[in-house]
Ligand binder design. Structure first.
Ligand code: CP3
Length: 345
């Protein structure tokens, strides 16, 4: 059997026989094997930082569905303790950062990121995944972008309105910028490290940057996304970078300025219109509504085919428009992967 590098090639804009497919959050609670393992190892930090566990979880969807991409099991918050910000993820509450970052003194105390000292488990996770996946899928790394990481660190938890970080943006912009810059520098180092450890494509999640007005996006999110892309491209020009922002329809036209290779779209934008707005020289990923997987398989198939046809033959990676939801029937996740793999352009 030959190798499968469809995802890597699609991210580079090559024409293929069908689009590659993976799913955001493809390792996780909708899978029974994950829920069983979680009972035995109840803390998220343990599951994601003990390399044997994190690698095993990353491989669960690979064994079950053979997607074209295998993403390491981790979290966007994982590097934060490495710069001096501790966190926890609590069942049904989500991420908690206590105390939250609210003062210049706390920001001044943030230190440089040394991945080999702070996150040595990442090397082992990626190595173990590569050993089993071999050349049968592309290995994906990922990071959170500064705005989204700062939102968690400053709010201290998930937020609906982002009022605390926005209050800081509008009353103490210098302070917030000093924080965003420190995070961007750390994350650039972290992306390079993931690539050096075997990640072939890296996705940057700025999940909550879509909560900003377009001009605030240009002030508080885009420059730091771009700083990361510029630094990584300077040392690792051949590794494709994907950018995901939830709710990006109002700022889509600005996203190519970040310099990423692929833009991951949520489902609130029509795939063909998105292509026209961002230009056909840049790749796209997405953008099926995760809730489509709660419907009938006939409807799932129709919607998948519609996205693929609108995206066109080059530079499209099939995915959901956000992470798969925990209550999704596993057989519909399987149907999603199989429908895309059966497609022929
Ligand atoms: O895609 C994958 O399979 C890789 C794993 C992955 C996780 N988190 C594991 C995880 C990835 C790519 C992430 C990214 C992440 N984490 C983002 C960006 C993506 C997005 O959703 O926009 C964000 C915002 C976070 C922060 C975070 N971590 C939240 C909000 C939560 C709680 C979510 C919930 O539904 O309860 C987490 C915890 C988390 N990270 C879980 C998983 C599988 C669920 C916790 C569990 O296993 O019980």
């Amino acid at each position: 059997m030959g190798g499968n590098d469809r995802l890597l090639r699609a991210a580079r804009g090559e024409e293929l026989d069908r689009p590659p497919v993976w799913m955001m959050r493809q390792a996780g609670r909708y899978m029974k094997v994950y829920r069983d393992l979680r009972q035995k190892y109840p803390t998220f930090r343990e599951r994601s930082e003990v390399p044997e566990l994190a690698a095993e979880i990353s491989l669960q969807p690979f064994r079950a569905f053979k997607p074209d991409g295998v993403i390491m099991f981790s979290d966007i918050l994982t590097p934060l303790p490495g710069v001096g910000i501790d966190f926890d993820i609590i069942e049904s509450r989500g991420p908690i950062i206590d105390p939250p970052i609210r003062s210049q003194a706390q920001i001044d105390a943030i230190h440089e990121f040394d991945p080999e000292a702070a996150v040595p488990f990442i090397r082992q996770i990626l190595k173990t995944i590569k050993h089993e996946v071999a050349d049968q899928a592309t290995i994906l790394g990922f990071v959170g972008a500064p705005w989204t990481l700062a939102a968690y660190a400053i709010e201290g938890k998930s937020s609906k309105d982002y009022a605390v970080i926005k209050a800081m943006a509008y009353s103490e912009p210098k302070m917030l910028h000093s924080f965003l810059l420190k995070l961007a520098e750390a994350i650039a180092v972290y992306v390079r490290y993931q690539i050096d450890c075997g990640a072939q494509v890296v996705q940057i999640f700025d999940s909550w940057a879509g909560q900003l007005s377009p001009s605030d996006y240009e002030t508080f999110a885009l420059p730091y996304e771009k700083l990361i892309v510029d630094r990584v491209k300077a040392t690792h020009p051949d590794t494709p970078l994907i950018l995901y922002i939830n709710g990006s329809a109002g700022i889509l036209d600005r996203l190519p300025k970040t310099g990423v290779d692929v833009i991951s779209l949520d489902w609130t934008v029509d795939m063909a219109e998105a292509r026209d707005r961002i230009g056909h020289h840049i790749g796209v990923q997405g953008n099926l509504d995760p809730c489509v997987l709660f419907g009938k398989q006939e409807h799932i198939r129709e919607q998948i085919h519609a996205v693929i046809q609108k995206a066109g033959k080059k530079g499209h990676i099939m995915n959901l428009g956000h992470g798969i939801l925990a209550t999704t029937p596993e057989e519909n996740a399987r149907f999603f992967f199989e429908t895309v793999k059966d497609y022929k352009y």
